[in-house]
Design a protein around this ligand. Structure first.
Ligand SMILES: [Zn+2]
Length: 274
């Protein structure tokens, strides 16, 4: 949303009056000088239910709430369903990541009904039968377009999450590298936006701890929420086609977020915060 100078001044004035009269504070404060919303929203994609479940002690240690985006829910076992229920009961969110993890821009070329019939309806039925009603969606492979987004929003999802990458290598050559703190699109501004990007933290991204500390400091100073995501929790270097993030690296992020007193948000909470 763009503001004219007059609208901006009017907003400032209204905010000053509210702050001065309402809570007796003489000084004016802008949103970025307060930090009460500053936080972090971490999500995990695909179908690593047992591996995610094993992270519970870590989440508890730092009072972290996260979101799990589940794909291929037709293959959920009773044991996995019960683990997801436990995670949900502990404050985590169970989101949806597609029925077949398909390429949505190709699926929707056959029409919105066909797209829903293949990628949304059957999986959502599986989820409902397992007791879940997902309100957040992560695009499989980060693939989507405006038509896909409008079908998903019309289907009741409150927030759609895409993929952001800070480094890109093509045939072994680094094409670009951006420090996460310089990627404004991975921060949620609490503007009720429904379409967002989260930074991939998997091992092959080469992200470093100092970069993550700076990225969290930026969320704190700007009163925003840093959005991150990964796949399988790994305890060593990826092997045999494994793709995922280092658990010690995740712990560094959780520990720093806790130290900076950042709030942990699930994905569906973000657009709800006023
Ligand atoms: Zn995926």
């Amino acid at each position: 949303m763009k503001y004219s100078a007059a609208t901006f001044l009017r907003h400032c004035l209204v905010k000053c009056i509210f702050l001065c009269v309402g809570i007796g504070i003489i000084q004016c404060r802008s949103d970025s000088q307060t930090h009460e919303k500053a936080g972090i929203a971490i999500s995990f994609d695909d179908h690593f239910i047992n591996e995610w479940f094993a992270l519970r002690p870590l989440f508890k240690k730092y009072n972290a709430k996260v979101t799990f985006f589940v794909t291929c829910p037709d293959s959920l076992t009773q044991d996995e369903i019960s683990k997801l229920r436990t995670l949900q009961s502990e404050g985590h969110e169970i989101g949806f990541h597609g029925t077949i993890h398909g390429k949505s821009t190709e699926l929707i070329a056959a029409g919105p009904e066909k797209y829903k019939e293949i990628e949304l309806t059957p999986g959502l039925l599986n989820m409902a039968n397992a007791g879940f009603k997902p309100t957040s969606y992560a695009h499989p492979g980060g693939d989507h377009n405006n038509q896909v987004d409008s079908v998903l929003l019309a289907s009741g999802f409150k927030i759609l999450r895409d993929v952001a990458i800070s480094r890109r290598k093509i045939m072994g050559f680094q094409m670009y590298a951006l420090a996460p703190r310089l990627m404004p699109w991975i921060y949620y501004s609490f503007d009720q936006e429904h379409i967002v990007d989260a930074l991939l933290i998997d091992e092959d991204t080469g992200l470093t701890e100092p970069e993550m500390i700076e990225a969290l400091e930026k969320a704190k100073s700007d009163n925003k929420a840093l959005m991150l995501f990964g796949h399988e929790p790994l305890y060593g270097k990826p092997q045999n086609g494994e793709y995922g993030f280092s658990v010690p690296f995740l712990e560094k992020i959780l520990k720093e977020a806790d130290r900076q007193q950042l709030k942990f948000y699930t994905m569906s909470e973000l657009p709800e915060i006023k």
